[in-house]
Structures are given as C-alpha cells and as structure tokens.
Design a protein around this ligand. Sequence first.
Ligand code: IMJ
Length: 217
Amino acid sequence: QQAHAHGAELAFTYLNEALEKRVRPLAESLGSKLILPCDVNRDEDIASIMLRMRFWTCKIDFLVHCIAFADRKDLDGRFLDTSREGFRMAMDVSAYSLVALARAAEPYLAEQGSILALTYYGSQKVIRNYNVMGVAKAALEASVRYLAADFGPKQVRVNAISAGPIKTLSAKGIRDFNDMLRLAAEKAPLRRNVEASDVGKSAVYLLSSLSSGVTGE
Ligand code: IMJ
C-alpha cells in the first residue's frame, strides 16, 4: 500500500488458491495488472513469472521477498527435534528462494534497482518457538549480504527489514504470541508495537533512491 501510494506499479504472486483469495483482493485494490501463481520450490514457476514480467514491463525497479515457511510442528517445542526434511523445507522456501528469485530477476532489474527481504530477530537471538525459522532467517540475512556484494557493480542494492512482532497470517496460531506482543510493546522505546504500515514506509525508503547508499543491511 505504501509503495502504491508513492506511485509504484506492482505485480504480485501467490502460492496456491487458498492464498490467492488473500492476495488478489489486496493486489486489485492497488490496481495491480499482474497477479501470478508462483511456487518458489519450482524453478519453472520462477522462470515463468520473470518471463511474464518481461512482457508486461521492460524493467523491474524492485523485488520484495515476503515468504517464509516451516512445518507447523517445527514452530513449537524443541528446535532439537527438527527433522531433516523440516529443516530443508524451511531453508528452501524461506532463504534459498531469495537467491533463486534474485538470479532470475537479474536480467530485468533496473540499474539502481533494489531487492528487499523481510526477516525477524529470531535469526540473532533465541526466541521461543521460532526454532528452525530462526536458522532460516540467519541464512536469509547472510544471503542478503552476499547478494549485495554480487549486485553492487550493477548498482542494485539488497537489504532486509527486521521488524518487531506483528499480528499477521504468519503469526497465526503461534503459542504465546499475544503475550509476546504485549511484552514487546511495553519494552519498546515508543511503547507500542510496529504496524504493517510502519514496515511499509521503511520498505519505500529501502526500495527507492532515498536509500541510495544503503546495501547489504
Ligand atoms: C513464528 C513462530 C514462532 C514465533 C514467532 C513467529 N514470532 C514471530 C513469528 C515471535 C514474530 C512470525 N514470524 C516472524 C515468522 O517468520 C513466521 C513464519 C512462519 C509461520 C508459519 C505459521 C504456519 C505454518 N508455517 C509457518 N512457517 C513460517 O504452517
């Protein structure tokens, strides 16, 4: 919404029909003309969305990565009990997908373009229940730095936002989440939690030339 308010023309992707029901109304409310299915575990899907982008616009100014997935049972109890498949899945969807998308977008990215990912403090410190997602976000954050180095010569910047806890679909059903929200608000300097619009405004900064000297952050 913030990018749209600042004049961006936006394309959206969704994983499946269940998520299309959430993404499409938002995308349409922002006048989006390109709303496509994409499973980041499938290289064909990634290639296909980039091809569709190419027919729609000559250059991509920015790419926003806002996907994560871990098996629900790995976001509760002990990290120690994470299965090999659960670990692989969380890393593939939540971290490798940024690398795959960035590479696929490379030929179409504008000079001075910007790539942005969303992360969370559970990558740096142990946050109860975050478990394998913390490991995946640590990989995502390191990927941001290495991608920033690779894209630097093209003047494409790569950054991530680590916001505080927000009640979104991705926090639905997480044990003790409401307690965490309350505690975070009490301890925060502003004595409140961040809202999606706060994150959106930081995103506009990182996606635009307002942050022209900022990369790998
Ligand atoms: C998620 C789990 C545990 C603690 C958590 C979160 N805290 C926060 C989140 C404290 C803020 C939300 N978050 C930052 C995430 O990255 C969530 C990722 C996520 C959520 C789900 C829920 C449903 C599901 N798989 C998921 N995979 C990743 O099946």
